[in-house]
Every structure is written in structure tokens, then in C-alpha cells.
Design a protein around this ligand. Structure first.
Ligand SMILES: [Zn+2]
Length: 396
């Protein structure tokens, strides 16, 4: 008979953790490297030590809780996610992946199970990037995407460096060689597909590539309306999102109008464009299309235009063997499941550059995340954690 996790213990840990940085509307505020982040980390470290795990943290403050395997030379099979949150975030984004990893360890302890490979639960520093940029800072350093010295120099709006903040909360550790043999991340979907299709487990194939742009339109004289040009671009971005299937997305999420006064012609507009696709060549075509649109709109509206790419994440494909093990675990446990692609980036996207990686999605209510009302059902969280357990065991 297959072993199962303790659903009540998982739920209680999530609810206990959610008290740290709790907001009045039922969410959490645990901004990276803040006092609340420290408290959340302290709680996780206490629980990990109670579960007889060896805890250490690295130079960027990523925490690793390790359970030995019978083969000491084997690379660790890792699980994890992040404990930091958006300024008004939810109780499950990130926290679920870390608590699910901890629950897997506790379950194996209960059964006295010994794996061949060592297991680790990782809590990655500053995934959200709402205080310090870049986002996914800890996993990015781990995967060698950017050097730790550079990450530690990042400053928040008050001029505090990430390095100082990390020292202040007591989680500046030592660098050390660290190899992952595999990485699994359980996460709420942050989208509506699983709920809409009444599916419990999302077998995540990978994550969409992303290209982010800053765009600006400026009227050459006081009577040229830059907002008309900007408005046309909003519609074009929406057209682009529909013209390049599958999984194409296009969003204008930010716009600043100057002078933003009811009786003055808007002379300048700054805006952002976010394009996503599962296929890199198609994403490139979307970006080319965007460039042509900006030029055409500028000419027709007789305004000056600027378009600058600021972020590029290539599409990420997870490791087929690990993805199969997630699907197989869901099947063996008799859970409804479907293949899915992540629209958002996660720590797993960086881990995928250095280790075979897979993700497990569970539904969240209304697809809502990064919000205090973010919610997930205990039975879905339990199911995702059981899938995590058995997918990990298949690798370890
Ligand atoms: Zn997250």
C-alpha cells in the first residue's frame, strides 16, 4: 500500500505559518528580508530541526533542510519554493511548496523510510521581487544566472541593500558547492484552468517564455495626442495575443499619462508591454509584430515612439522523466490530472537550467493569487503533496 502524507499536519503548518505577517483580510505580508520574512524563516528552521533535518543557508540566504540517504555520494533530490510574499499576498503562493516539502520529510520519518539519495527542502530567497530586483533572486544565484555579489548589491526604495537586509535578519550564510540531482516544486496554479476543468493535479510541462518592454509615445507639439497612440497600442497588443497560438499572452499592465489633467492634451505616455508564448520562435515573431505596430502607430499619429526590451525569459521545458513521474504518481493515486503550462515564472524555471526539474500545480479558488483572498482547498493541497511524495520517491 502506498504511503500517504498527513493532511491535517500539512494544513496546520500552512495555517500556523500564515499567522506570521497576517493581514486583516486573511492574507500575508512577508516581504523579502523583512522582520516578518525572518519570523517565517525561523519557524521553518524550527520545524525542520524538529524533523531531525540538517539545516544550513547559503550566501544569498537560501535555506536547505536535508535528510540523509543511504548513498552519501548521491546528489540531493530537492523540493521547495519560497516563503516571501507580495506586499498583500496570499497564504499559499510559495508557502505551499515549502510546507509540502517539509510534510514529505515528516511522512518519511513516520514510516522510517530510507531513500537512496538525500532529500532536501529549499526555501529560495526573494522569489517575488517586490522589494529587491531581480525576482527569483535566490534560485537565480543558485543556478548561476547572476553572481551573488551583484544580487547582494540590489537596493530597495529606501536605499537599503539586500546584503545589509540579509545580515540584519541573520540569514547571510556561506557559499558552498551544492548539486541538485532533481528538483520538484509544488505550487498553486495562479490561474483558472484546473478549477474550470475540475482537475486536481496540473502536470506542468514547462513555463511560457516572456519578453517585457517599456514603451513611450511623445507628442511632437502640444496638440499631438500621445494617448491615442498608446490606446491603439493596447488594442494591438491584445490582437497579437490572439494571433499567435498556443498559449500566447499579451498585456499592457501599466500606463502613465502626462500631464494627466482633464483639460490638457496628453503629451506623453509611458507604458509596459508583456508578451508570452510557449515557443521561442513564436515569441520572437510576436516581438517583431509589436515593433512594427509601434512604428506604424507613431507614423500615423505623428508622435515620437520608443520601445525598449527590459526582460527576456526564454520558454522553459521541464525534464520529461520527472514530468512523467508526476503524471504517474497522480494516476497511481487515482487523482484527476491534466498537462498544463505555467504562465508565470517560478524558482523551478531557474532550477531547470542546472537540474532535471518538474512542477506540480493544484487549483486555487477563482485562479486568484498575489492577493489576500487567495484560497486553496485542503483536499487539493493534500493531493498535490501526495503526488510530490511519490514523484520524489521515484527519483530518490
Ligand atoms: Zn510563488
Amino acid at each position: 500500500m502506498k504511503i500517504r502524507i498527513d493532511a491535517e499536519r500539512l494544513w496546520k503548518s500552512l495555517m500556523d505559518l500564515a499567522r506570521i505577517g497576517a493581514t486583516p483580510k486573511g492574507g500575508v505580508r512577508r516581504i523579502a528580508l523583512s522582520a516578518a520574512d525572518r519570523e517565517g524563516r525561523d519557524q521553518f528552521v524550527r520545524w525542520a530541526r524538529d524533523a531531525a533535518l540538517a539545516v544550513r543557508w547559503d550566501a544569498i540566504g537560501n535555506i536547505f533542510a536535508r535528510r540523509p540517504g543511504s548513498d552519501a555520494s548521491a546528489g540531493a533530490v530537492m523540493m521547495g519554493s519560497h516563503l516571501d510574499s507580495q506586499p498583500s499576498g496570499g497564504r499559499f503562493d510559495g508557502a505551499y511548496g515549502v510546507m509540502a516539502g517539509l510534510e514529505v520529510m515528516r511522512t518519511l520519518n513516520d514510516h522510517g523510510s530510507v531513500t537512496r539519495a538525500p532529500l532536501e527542502v529549499a526555501s529560495w530567497t526573494n522569489e517575488e521581487g517586490s522589494r529587491f530586483v531581480p525576482v527569483m533572486m535566490g534560485s537565480g544565484v543558485f543556478a548561476g544566472i547572476f553572481p551573488v555579489e551583484e544580487a547582494l548589491k540590489a537596493t530597495d526604495r529606501e536605499g537599503i541593500r539586500a546584503g545589509e537586509a540579509l545580515d540584519a535578519i541573520g540569514y547571510a550564510g556561506k557559499p558552498g558547492a551544492h548539486k541538485a540531482a532533481a528538483y520538484f516544486e509544488a505550487h498553486i496554479e495562479q490561474g483558472p484552468v484546473l478549477e474550470d476543468t475540475r482537475t486536481t493535479i496540473g502536470v506542468v510541462q514547462g513555463a511560457l517564455g516572456q519578453r517585457w518592454f517599456d514603451a513611450a509615445f511623445t507628442g511632437q507639439d502640444l496638440r499631438k495626442d500621445a494617448l491615442i497612440a498608446a490606446s491603439r497600442l493596447v488594442l494591438e497588443v491584445n490582437r497579437i495575443a490572439k494571433a499567435y497560438p498556443d498559449y500566447a499572452r499579451g498585456t499592457v499592465g501599466f500606463m502613465q499619462v502626462a500631464p494627466n489633467s482633464r483639460n490638457v492634451v496628453p503629451g506623453a505616455v509611458q507604458m509596459t508591454v508583456d508578451l508570452r508564448n510557449a515557443d521561442d520562435a513564436t515569441l520572437r515573431s510576436m516581438a517583431d509584430d509589436l515593433e512594427k505596430c509601434v512604428a506604424a502607430i507613431a507614423a500615423e499619429c505623428r508622435v515620437a515612439a520608443e520601445l525598449r526590451e527590459v526582460v527576456y525569459f526564454p520558454p522553459c521545458k521541464f525534464a520529461p522523466r520527472l514530468v512523467d513521474s508526476v503524471r504517474q504518481a497522480a494516476r497511481d493515486l487515482g487523482l484527476t490530472h491534466r498537462d498544463i503550462v505555467s504562465g508565470a515564472a517560478h524558482d523551478a524555471v531557474y532550477l531547470a537550467r542546472v537540474a532535471p526539474t518538474a512542477m506540480i500545480f493544484v487549483p486555487c479558488e477563482g485562479g486568484i493569487s498575489h492577493n489576500e483572498i487567495e484560497n486553496a482547498r485542503p483536499e487539493d493541497l493534500e493531493a498535490g503533496c501526495n503526488v510530490l511524495l511519490h514523484a520524489v520517491l521515484a527519483s530518490a
